[in-house]
Design a protein around this ligand. Sequence first.
Ligand code: COA
Ligand code: AMP
Length: 628
Amino acid sequence: MAYRDDYRRSIEEPAAFWAEQAAALDWFTPPQTVLGRDDNGVDRWFVDGELNTCHLALDHHVAQGRGGQVAVYYDSPVAGAKRAITYADLQREVARFAGALAALGVNKGDRVLIYMPMVPEAVVAMLACARLGAIHSVVFGGFAAHELAVRIDDAQPVVVVSASCGIEVDRVIPYKPLLDAAIDAAAHKPAHTVVLQRPQAMADLQAGRDFDWSALTRDAEPAPCTPVLATDPLYILYTSGTTGRPKGVVRDNGGHAVAMHYSMKAIYDMNPGEVFWAASDVGWVVGHSYIVYAPLIAGLSTVLYEGKPVRTPDAGAFWRVVSEYRVKALFAAPTAFRAIRKEDPEGRCLADYDLSCLKTLFMAGERLDPPTYHWARDLLGVPVVDHWWQTETGWAICGNPMGIEPMPTKAGSATVPAPGFDVRILDGRGESLGPGEQGSVAIKLPLPPGCLPTVWGNFPRFRDGYLSTYAGYYVSGDGGYRDEDGYVFIMGRTDDVINVAGHRLSTGEMEEVLAGHPAVAECAVIGVHCALKGQKPLGLILLRDDADIDPKQLRDELVARVRQEIGAVASFKEVLVVPRLPKTRSGKILRKVLRQIADGEDYAVPSTIDDPASLPELARLLAERAAG
Ligand code: COA
Ligand code: AMP
């Protein structure tokens, strides 16, 4: 009953429930008003509370005697490096780097863009911004210069913090040329960059604009924690929407800190001093929440792993890290487990390691498909928890509340709503649907602490994209249903966002890039099934009548364009030239039908189709493609 009681209170008495959770934190000024409203009419948490997120993550623990405990285990098979950094050491490094940023003119409320691989300095940079009350925006290393430029123009950072290179399995990726190209392309020019030089590829620095991380930090004056309001932004994290322009999800300081601290125990059952590992990247929301902020705010040790589940060096990489650092809970994407399974289906690599420390495996980023769920559970012999969340919410909307009351799991389900999330399944008119009926998954307002209050610099985009479909609800963009026990099943996006290897990508953005090719008259990008990555993008191309191009050359040029404009992370590798694209009479391409045909699923031809005769030919081409 513990879960049901907590859940009921969180929905019926949200202010009292979250006031209790907030009391566990070391506020500078504890909030008197737990739930208020901002000028946009959006519910805001702890409006008059003052705090500093870096203080909660570091200084508070050092003051409580936790300074000697490891805060971060950095493990990089690709760089051949390992480091155990204590809370006291991390506090010192962060305070100095914050001082260095302040000396470069970074003040409270200023933006700092962070474009870095999975190195401890990325964590230092994030926390240093939090310390100053500056707003960081981390950009994933797999994005290309153009994506970086778009984010620079949107966030308008004073400083960009980067590294000379990232390291992938088979190659070193120099970051500085990408950063220089992005700054050249952007209309907004950051005043300075700070570059961490890595020996694998040193960067050229431009005198006056670019600073070397080590030289700059060596003599910097440590900066104290600047008090901020709970509602002040901590960070902006860009995520793919349905258009070519990414959305800057804003996270506040107070609600976020409370949600991070609460969820670390309630969902993950983690206690201070224990070791948590989220095998993600600081460029994604999972990395923000569960590599950096939540584990540190909760006084845990967190693992920062710069490597892959396979090929660094083998399919036993995850088991080595779990056993070496005595990880209690591992959080990974199903795609990582599919990659391990592909290389080591019998789990032979496991025999080399002692995994008795591991109590739970958490999965998110995409739906945990039942075969992967069963394989992981049978192999590891621990509960495997699928939990569903989004960049927008910052923490799990649905999951198995392992620290409140573990529930029986059901393969294919993200279990039950987390306390604070009033999850509803709605039909097209906004009416609640019953058990087993599939609809739009929405959350009744107010959203709990930690969720976005707006899109950076564009409240109408937040209102129109999330709050306007059904009055009083946030729409998630996912479809799904609940069963008769209240378990939630998330079945996939209802918009043109696709999920590739746990990464959220916009097909609209890829279409914009493809449409720029001179031979392309029209195009559609759809996400087709991929046994490893869940989905992969497929570009359907209608050529211009006068186009005279060899199909292989076309494919190579289109692939290079997407790599150049969006980045390797898009995994765009496949192109199919088609004679027509099916559309509705109003001109909308029927992407859902195309995807269903490509995946060999049953499909219904919408009555609004303009050109039904286009479908059989397309079905034949897609079937030929599927047959290889
Ligand atoms: N910097 C530069 N390039 C990057 C990059 C980074 N940080 N991350 C990925 N890339 C590149 C890869 O090198 C690859 O390039 P390629 O097309 O030249 O091979 C491309 O982007 C696609 O990368 P990825 O999707 O990682 O595919 P992969 O084939 O290298 O690895 C998996 C496959 C399944 C092992 C990998 O996708 C994985 O570990 N997934 C887990 C995802 C995850 O943790 N998601 C977070 C949500 S919780
Ligand atoms: P992101 O914002 O990148 O974290 O992506 C969020 C999207 O990923 C969600 O809207 C879902 O479509 C998908 N997603 C994440 N976790 C799950 C899950 N456990 N089950 C199903 N879909 C998921």
